[in-house]
Every structure is written in C-alpha cells, then in structure tokens.
Design a protein around this ligand. Structure first.
Ligand code: ADP
Length: 539
C-alpha cells in the first residue's frame, strides 16, 4: 500500500518525500488524490512518531550551510526539513500553529493527525465518502473536546507556592535533551514567567522574557537575571565595570561627529585647516558628551558605533558607553529601565533616561567574552534567562526547551485546567468516542470509531518509544481504565511502577490538549476534502 510513496534523503541527509504516482501524472482526482495526500501526511507523521514522549528519539538535522541541529521538538524538526509536497507542508503548518498558540504538544499534534489520516485511508477503502468521514471526525473531535473538560482537574498554585508549577515544567523538560537539568531549568522558567505575569488579569507577556545564550560554562550555570543581559561590552576596557544607580541614555541616532559625506567637497590643503577641522569635530563630539552629562546620563547605550577617537574621549570624560546594541535589545532595555529610545540627539532630555540599580560588565572564565548585565531596573518586569552550555547545539536546544517550559507555565496561569499525560487523556477520550459511536445510526459511527482508534496512536507511540509492546500495553491500560473507572491510567514510560499519571504528576494543560485535537481534526478534514490535485508536470 505504501508502494506509491517513498521517503528518500538528499545529499545533506534531510528526508524528503517522493510520491511516485506524481512522477508520471500531473493530475490526481478523486480517491487517487486523497490517497496520495494521505500518504504524504502519514510520511511526515511517521518521522515525528519516534520523537514522542520522555523516551522519544532525537533527530539530527543538517542545514544546507552545514549547521547541525539536534532536537526532538516537533515544530523544529519539521521547520528544518525540506518538504517539497504541499500536503506535507500543511503538516508543518499544523505543528507551527500548535507551537504558536500553545507552545507545547507540537509532536503530538502531528502524530495525531497522521493517525487520523491512516484511519481515514481504511474508511476510504471501505467505500465511505470522504465528506462523511470528515463529518464523523468533526463529531468525534467535539465529543473528545467535551470529554477532556470532564476529566480535567483544576491545578492549584499560589504565588507563594510555586512548586506545582515547577513540577509541570519539569514534565515538559523530561522529554527533552536537557532533562539532566530539568529541576533548575523548570525553576528558572517558572520564576521568569511569574516575574512578568499579571496574576490578577491572568495575563503573561512572554515578550518580556528574553532568552539569551552563550557558549561556555555548563548547563548548570544557566541563570535567571531580573533585568537584561546584552552580549556586548563597555566600549573601552578602562571604563568602569560597574555603575550603580545608572541613568541610561538609549540612542538610536549616531553618537559621533558628523562624517563628511562623499558628495561634499572639503578642501584641506594646509595642516592648519586639517587641525581646525579636527578640532571642530572633536568639539562637536565633546558637546554631545557634555549634553549627555548635562541631562544626567551616566551610561550611553547606542545602536551605532563610534570610532576610536570618540571612544577615547568618552573614557576621558568618564562617560561609559556600550555600542552596537541591536534594535530588539534596545527596546527591551527601554521597557525594563523605563527609559525612552532617543532617535534624534537633540531630543535627549532627563525624562527620557532609563534607570537601573546596577549595570555591570561580567567576564567569563578565561575567555575574552564579556556581557553587560542591566539589573534592578525601574520596571523590573523584564527578565532574561541566560543559558550556558558546551556548544551552540546544546544552547539552541535548551532555548527551545525553555521556550516550551515558559509556554506551559504561561498556559497554566491563563487557564488552570489540566489533563493527565502519558496517553491517559487520549485513552479516556478514545473510550468516550467509542461509546458515543453506538448512538449514531449513520455511516458517521464508523468515522467516530476510527477517530477513537486514532487517539490510541498516542499511547501506542509512547509505549513503543519506551520499549514496551505497543498493542499489549495499550489494551492492558485500556481495560484497567474501564475496570478501575480511572481516566488517569496511562503509559508508564519511565518505569516508575505506577501508571496512574495523576500519582506520577504527569500532566499537560487542558487547552493544549484540546488544541491538539482541534487542529489535527481540522487539517485532516481539509486534506480529505481535496479531490483534485493539479501539479506542474515536472513534479
Ligand atoms: P510534544 O512536542 O508533543 O510535547 P513530547 O516529546 O514532549 O512531545 O512528548 C509529549 C508526550 O509525552 C505527551 O503525551 C506526554 O503526556 C508524554 N509524557 C511526558 N512525560 C511523560 C512521563 N514521564 N511519562 C509518561 N508520559 C509522558
């Protein structure tokens, strides 16, 4: 059945999909179209399946310019894959939507969609019309959506007791490469989210959490800074390394004497004239420095650079400066310090200065690397997670994992409902859908049952990835759920000794799980409704 499709690897080791049927046909209609599309979607899901769960495998991806990424984050794997098939691209989009709205569950959503497609294929073969399948799936997804609400728990935490939040983030991190440091990373993520959260309005602005990384040190050295870290140093080594009660001018305008533009002609034919010009330039910059001092600035942060002479003068006039700071960072600095970005130098006024209790330059080990820490800011709501690690790959993967943990904590602050993981919620929904199917007399009941079977794919993948017998384990857990009337039985991936996920404290946010089911259903319905594929003939 898989004969019309092949998974191949290009010269960079990136997987891509060949649909053989399309080699000689430029147009696919009806059942052929659906089957070809389903194959493509399934192929993508199969790649991610082995990455699901705490024992999931990692993928190594190489980009055309030779950069290597190692990850088990679904969205990232798909992002880096070079898929040249429209349906496969839809699956990539699916993972991205889950990432965008929830931030977690990006692998699960694709595996779920793949399973739905696989079941749909069987129904198509039995002659059921794709529209009826789509309708049945829609009903089943609504049944699951509501059932999830019934088996959900309220997750209790206080600003004074953040342990439950930390536990949750640890669940997310346990399936990542960085799980060695999950406790400390989870603590950092939770504290960061709480620092920027508005608990009353249940609102979290993750834009205020900056995740910065620098190669060197150990993962354990990763820290949370209540303020901003900028990967720059003081422009002159003799400038002070520490400034207390800093008043910061944040400039996006040039901070140096105006350079003569090439279209102007400057006649310098005598040494005197040169000296005058030099003096004028120096005077001009000296006035700028004086102006900064007059408004009360004790530190200047600029988007642009200045030359060595200006730098020397700044050092002499005792006005520390940081140059070449990126626009995004300037914005964060402005938010954190309560300052205003100054786009025209004449507009610099005392009110526009940002304030920070402490600005310091920190150096790392024996390397020449230095970074600027801006702490105790006027508006302390901006924080930075500063990741350390042995190489760029680890840092990038840690960034992604920390992002997931941040999202999980944010989701719980927005909505306190949770469902239990390890496939337990899916099994429970599967049972609910199965039971509901009997109430529908029409053809839809087959589609609803198929949906129930597709839900089983998640616990099966978890079991398989943990080295358990997928079918036997699933049926044992299923009958246990029925016998004990306990919707929290799932797959004991880590061999803890109990498969009650409530006891194991393995859970995910309700909205995240609901979103997975909604998005997966949506994309599968969309694929089923395509019955004509017209592609260019060289395809
Ligand atoms: P995703 O990108 O979809 O979040 P993950 O690789 O993080 O994928 O795997 C998440 C799945 O693993 C969820 O179904 C979750 O319930 C399950 N899971 C996570 N930790 C455990 C655990 N300790 N025991 C059993 N299942 C777990």
């Amino acid at each position: 059945k898989e004969g019309n499709m092949a998974l191949a690897f290009d010269e960079f080791g990136r997987p891509f999909i060949i649909l053989k049927e399309q080699e000689h046909k430029t147009r696919l209609r009806g059942l052929d179209a659906q089957k070809a599309n389903i194959s493509a979607g399934k192929a993508v899901a199969r790649i991610l399946r082995t990455s699901l769960g705490p024992k999931g495998m990692d993928k190594m991806l190489q980009s055309p310019d030779g950069d290597v990424t190692i990850t088990n984050d679904g969205a990232t794997i798909l992002e880096q894959m070079d898929v040249d098939n429209q349906i496969a691209k839809l699956m990539v989009e699916l993972s991205r939507s889950q990432d965008y709205e929830i931030g977690d569950g990006t692998t699960g959503v694709v595996v779920m969609a793949g399973a739905l497609l696989e079941q749909a294929e069987k129904l198509l073969e039995r002659g059921i019309h794709p529209i009826r399948i789509a309708e049945g799936y829609e009903m089943a997804s609504r049944i699951s959506f509501e059932h999830l609400e019934r088996i959900a728990h309220k997750f209790e935490f206080e600003a004074t007791n953040i342990e439950p939040l930390i536990q949750t983030c640890m669940t997310t991190l346990s399936s990542k490469i960085v799980n060695r440091c999950k406790r400390s990373l989870a603590e950092i993520a939770v504290k960061a989210v709480l620092a920027v959260a508005d608990l009353e309005r249940k609102d979290v602005n993750l834009d205020l959490v900056k995740v910065e990384g620098k190669v060197g040190g150990k993962l354990e050295d990763t820290e949370l800074i209540y303020g901003i870290v900028v990967d720059k140093d003081m422009s002159h080594p003799q400038m002070p390394k520490q400034i207390e009660d800093a008043k910061i001018a944040i400039l996006t305008c040039p901070f140096e004497p105006p350079k003569p533009k090439t279209k102007h002609k400057v006649d310098i034919d005598t040494v005197d004239k040169f000296q005058t010009l030099r003096q004028q330039e120096q005077q001009y910059f000296d006035d700028m420095v004086q102006k900064c001092k007059d408004v009360g600035a004790t530190l200047v942060i600029c988007q642009w650079g200045f030359d060595d002479e200006a730098n020397h003068l700044l050092m002499h006039r005792n006005l520390p400066a940081v140059r070449w700071v990126g626009g995004v960072e300037l914005e964060l600095i402005a938010i954190a310090t309560g300052g205003r970005i100054v786009p025209r130098f004449q507009e610099l006024t005392p009110e526009k200065l940002g304030r920070a209790g402490l600005v310091r330059e920190k150096s790392f080990g024996t390397t020449k690397d230095r970074m600027i820490y801006i702490e105790h800011c006027a508006n302390s709501r901006a924080v930075t997670i500063f990741i350390r690690g042995g190489n760029k790959m680890i840092i990038e993967e840690t960034k992604r994992s920390v992002h997931d943990a941040l999202c999980v904590a944010r989701n719980l602050i927005r909505n306190k409902s949770i469902v239990y993981g390890g496939g337990s919620a899916e099994i429970s929904c599967s049972l609910a859908a199965e039971a509901a199917a009997d109430k529908y007399p029409g053809v839809e009941q087959y589609a609803i049952r198929a949906f129930a079977d597709a839900l089983d794919a998640i616990p099966m993948a978890l079991a398989e990835n943990s080295g358990l017998q997928p079918i036997e384990t699933l049926s044992a857990v299923k009958s246990q759920q029925i016998k004990e009337n306990n919707p929290f039985c799932g797959i004991d991936c880590n061999d803890v000794g109990t498969n009650d996920m409530c006891e194991q404290n393995v859970f995910e946010s309700l909205i995240g799980k609901q979103q997975q089911i909604l998005l997966a259903t949506q994309v599968v319905k969309m694929i089923l409704k395509i019955d004509d594929v017209i592609a260019p003939s060289e395809y």
